[in-house]
Structure formats: structure tokens, C-alpha cells
Design a protein around this ligand. Structure first.
Ligand SMILES: Nc1nc2c(ncn2[C@@H]2O[C@H](COP(=O)(O)OP(=O)(O)O)[C@@H](O)[C@H]2O)c(=O)[nH]1
Ligand SMILES: [Mg+2]
Length: 218
């Protein structure tokens, strides 16, 4: 993965067409991997040719979990070991992730989409647009209904904010509607989708958003 191919404007030299690249960031445990697991069958049903890159601090745990899930050809899942700072490899120096995406694209002809799961970070993590065309940020209801009001750059700047674990709201004393309203308000009305990655609630809407934003399909 370190022997990245020569890059021309972030794309592999001579390779066309280039798959759309979508980032999935957010705090540890918010449900990024669970959302990917829920998205896999939805994207497959829509006939989308896609692959996944995960980022963990010093392990390949998320990649192994997705590979073992039986939901997708394990060869379509790559792992980048992010080292100490997960945001470094999605923002300051995304070379390893770009190379992982390029490798997948070289391996799977006609690849249309690569999903990049960031290592869990804090509310400040954002993706470099050298790496992704579009990115979402996943927070969860159990993290507290004050999270949107804390306005981290990840939450504010992402193309889509996902508020996951809506099923847990009654158990953690959160009233969902005001939390979603706060999220929409701090984002000046840019998209917010509520999900339960375990039951699949809201996941079709996330797929719709990805498809409309980067695959330009209805
Ligand atoms: N109740 C509930 N649990 C969830 C949901 N999404 C994820 N989880 C659980 O939250 C934990 C962390 O999820 P994971 O996908 O590993 O988070 P990540 O660190 O952001 O990738 C796991 O135990 C998941 O099963 C959800 O929508 N509802
Ligand atoms: Mg994960």
C-alpha cells in the first residue's frame, strides 16, 4: 500500500473512469462500521459496484469485522492502519488512503464507489477533499442531545450528518426531535438523517443521499 502509484490530481495515472470516494467520519462508537454493514446490502440491491477502506489506529479490526460479516467479498475491504491520529490520514496526509482506494480500483474493474471509514475521532475531524468527493459524519443519540450545539467542525462541515442509534433515545433521556432540530439549525438546514444502523431505519435515505451526491443517479 505504501508503493502508491503516481498521482495526477489525486487520481491514478491513466486510470479512468474513477470511482467516487465517500468518507464516513465521527466519534468512536457512534456506529460508522454498523452503518457501513447496513449500507452494504442496500448498495448491492441497487447494483452499485463498490469497495470499502477502513482506518483503525493500530489494528485492522473494522476491516476484519466487515470481511467476516459475509455481506461482501472480503477482497473488496482494505485496511489502513492510521497510527496515533486518525484525522491525520484522512486530512493532513491522506496518501495511504488514496493509495488504498487506487489499489481497489485497479483490482475491481468498473468500481463506482469507495467508502472510507475514518478511525474514531472527536467532533473536530474532517476529511480532505483530496481524498473524498463527499463525506458524512456519524454521531449518536447516546452521546447526548447537546452534541449538535457543540458545533464541532466535523458536524458542521460534513455533507451529510447522520444521527445514529435513534432506538436508544428513550433509554438515555434524549428527545429526538429537538436534537434533530438543533442539528439542522447549526448546519443552516444542510442534510441531517436519523438512523438505527441495527434495524436499518434511515439507511435507504443515506444510500439515496450518496447516490444522488456522487453517482448522479435518481
Ligand atoms: N442500539 C444501537 N446500537 C448501535 C447502533 N449502531 C451501532 N450500534 C452499536 O454501537 C457499537 C459501536 O458501533 P460501531 O459500528 O463499532 O461504531 P464505530 O466505532 O463508529 O465504527 C456497537 O456495539 C454497535 O452494535 C444503533 O443504531 N443502535
Ligand atoms: Mg468502526
Amino acid at each position: 500500500m505504501l508503493d502508491a502509484k503516481p498521482l495526477e490530481g489525486g487520481k491514478p495515472a491513466g486510470a479512468a473512469p474513477v470511482a467516487a470516494r465517500v468518507g464516513i467520519g465521527g466519534p468512536v462508537g457512534s456506529g460508522k462500521t454498523a452503518l457501513i454493514e447496513a449500507l452494504i446490502p442496500v448498495l448491492q440491491r441497487r447494483g452499485i459496484n463498490f469497495a470499502i477502506v477502513t482506518n483503525d489506529l493500530v489494528t485492522r479490526e473494522d476491516a476484519e469485522r466487515i470481511r467476516r460479516s459475509g455481506l461482501i467479498d472480503p477482497e473488496r475491504v482494505s485496511a489502513v492502519e492510521a497510527g496515533a491520529c486518525p484525522h491525520t490520514v484522512i486530512r493532513e496526509d491522506p496518501t495511504l488512503n488514496i493509495a488504498a482506494g487506487d489499489d481497489l480500483e485497479a483490482k475491481f474493474v468498473g468500481l463506482e464507489l469507495v467508502l472510507f471509514e475514518s478511525g474514531g475521532d472527536n467532533l473536530a475531524s474532517t476529511f480532505s477533499l483530496e481524498l473524498v468527493d463527499w463525506w458524512m459524519f456519524v454521531i449518536d443519540v447516546a452521546g447526548g442531545d447537546d452534541i449538535p450545539r457543540k458545533k464541532g467542525p466535523g458536524l458542521l462541515r460534513c455533507d451529510l450528518l447522520v444521527v445514529n442509534k435513534v432506538d436508544l433515545a428513550p433509554h438515555v433521556g434524549v428527545v429526538l426531535e429537538p436534537m434533530l432540530k438543533d442539528a439542522l439549525r447549526v448546519r443552516d438546514g444542510r442534510p441531517v438523517i436519523a438512523t438505527n444502523a441495527r434495524s436499518g431505519e434511515g439507511v435507504e435515505a443515506v444510500a439515496d443521499a450518496i447516490v444522488a451526491a456522487v453517482l448522479f443517479r435518481a
